[in-house]
Design a protein around this ligand. Structure first.
Ligand code: NDP
Length: 453
């Protein structure tokens, strides 16, 4: 029998890799993890976590401005970017340290360098030049921000750069209409930056429920973001006073920072996957079966590198299912249906299950839409014009809830609990039977009336 250096070698110490590494090490397996950047991955180091802190930072500004209506006099309000930036980086370092420690404390070996395939059981560590072998290999390398190859693209920043900017710009131009573009436009505007968001489509957040998309378009405008639709950048030119971006309709925008949020791609290009017989699809994602197994029988992949549902908690669930399947003799396929998620616009979006459009495509007329759009009580005093959208979609005579969508304060928190209801297959009658918690935003979800069609 071949003796390998490790039972499991994991490439990437992000959300998926660290969870798999810890669980395998706790089972007594000989585990190694290679990470070329900081442990914690995109989520902890340059994604969800520092982003959420920036959202909190922007929200404090809005609260200070609105506080006067609640009787507070806050005097002259100012914002210091280095204070927030450095506080976030300090917290990110602390969390990254915890991620590294989790692995090492449980007996896993952490190589702080890049690993590439030599063959299906062998990896080369590119800094030390060391070669290691493993019986099973898990690829959990995530993705990277992709940008279109336009003239002057090198002048743009991407989400990786946004957290450590030397100075906050006076003007920012965010390109894209997806999660990252909408979130960062909201952050910049909230921090007092003159913000433009330029999107090639006609409604932000492609793929979301159409009413959510309209509401998000309105809230970006309420947040003083100048949203330009149906434009794609063709050139970025550096000038003495910043950048001029030209669009395909001939229009030009002057700005101090161009932030490209034009999607992410799996990080597979230089991993040597072909040497190990691991197939990738047209987007560069590792092709896996329901058990996260690749086309090579001892190589698995979880998280964004597989481009299934690119969210941290999903990578973690896929990692847990991988450990069950490979190391606990309990074949487990993670069920990707009804995953709740939030977009941290200000206020945020919460969404689970099918949009109205998806529900109609799948179930035709066999659906009922319940919706409300109202001014939350907090805003009646503060003067903030944001409205809350709440929408619930049911299917069939039993009225099983198959989708819930919200835009409004605390949507990210509320949708987590509503996600349980949808996952559990609850019906509208279950919602109706639940007593409201008053006065809250969330109570509206148990008193919704069917929309007149
Ligand atoms: P998205 O896929 O959400 O958005 C990419 C945007 O870029 C879209 O609006 C797309 O337009 C646009 N775009 C693509 N190509 C071009 C081009 N050539 N020129 C102009 N515009 C272009 O990607 P993000 O980078 O925002 O986020 C990546 C993923 O990360 C998300 O899908 C999500 O899974 C995850 N994420 C989750 C978060 C959360 O849970 N809160 C936060 C951040 C990221 P179009 O719509 O027309 O295709």
């Amino acid at each position: 029998m071949t003796e390998y250096d490790f039972d499991l070698f994991i490439i990437g110490a992000g959300s998926g890799g660290v969870r798999a590494g810890r669980l395998a090490a706790q089972l007594g397996k000989r585990v190694a993890v290679a990470e070329e950047s900081l442990p914690g991955g995109t989520c902890v180091v340059r994604g969800c976590v520092p982003k959420k802190y920036l959202v909190y930072g922007a929200d404090y500004g809005a609260s200070l401005r609105e506080a006067a209506q609640y009787g507070w006099s806050t005097g002259e309000v100012s914002f210091d970017w280095p204070t927030l930036r450095d506080a976030i980086q300090k917290e990110v370092s602390r969390l990254s340290g915890i991620y590294g420690n989790i692995l090492e404390k449980n007996g896993a070996t952490l190589y702080r360098e890049r690993a590439v395939f030599v063959d299906a059981h062998t990896l080369r560590l590119t800094t030390s030049g060391k070669t290691v072998t493993a019986k099973t290999i898990l690829v959990a390398v995530g993705g990277y921000p992709w940008t279109p190859n336009i003239k002057g693209a090198e002048h743009a920043i991407v989400s990786d750069d946004a957290f450590t900017l030397e100075a906050l710009p006076d003007r920012a131009l965010v390109i894209g209409g997806g999660y990252i573009a909408c979130e960062f436009a909201g952050i910049y505007a909230g921090l007092g930056v003159t913000t433009t968001q330029a999107y090639r489509g006609d409604k932000l957040l492609n793929g979301f429920d159409e009413e959510v998309r309209e509401q998000v378009g309105a809230l970006q405008v309420n947040n003083k973001i100048d949203v330009k639709y149906k434009v794609s950048p063709t050139e970025i030119k550096k000038t003495s006073g910043g950048y001029i971006v030209t669009f395909d309709d001939g229009s030009k925008i002057g700005t101090d920072v161009v932030f490209m949020a034009t999607g992410r791609k799996p990080n597979t290009e230089t991993l040597g996957l072909e040497k190990a017989g691991v197939k990738v699809d047209g987007s560069g994602a590792i092709v896996v079966d329901a058990y996260s197994k690749s086309s090579a029988k001892n190589i698995y992949a979880v998280g964004d590198v597989t481009n299934r549902v690119n969210l941290t908690p999903v990578a973690i669930r896929e990692a847990v299912a991988f450990i069950e399947t490979v190391f606990k003799k309990n074949k487990t396929a993670y069920d990707h249906s009804n995953i709740a998620s939030a977009v941290f616009t200000r206020p945020p979006v919460g969404s689970v299950g099918l949009s109205e459009e998806e529900a109609r495509r799948t179930h035709g007329d066999d659906i009922t839409i319940y919706a409300t759009d109202f001014r939350p009580m907090k805003n009646a005093l503060s003067g903030n014009p944001h409205r809350v959208l709440m929408k619930l979609i049911t299917q069939g005579e039993k009225e099983t809830v198959i989708g819930i969508h919200m835009v409004g304060d605390y949507s990210g928190e509320i949708i987590q609990a509503l996600g349980i209801c949808v996952k559990a297959g609850l019906t509208k009658a279950d919602f109706d039977a639940t007593c409201a918690v008053h006065p809250t935003l969330a109570e509206e979800i148990v008193t919704l009336k069917a929309r007149e069609s």
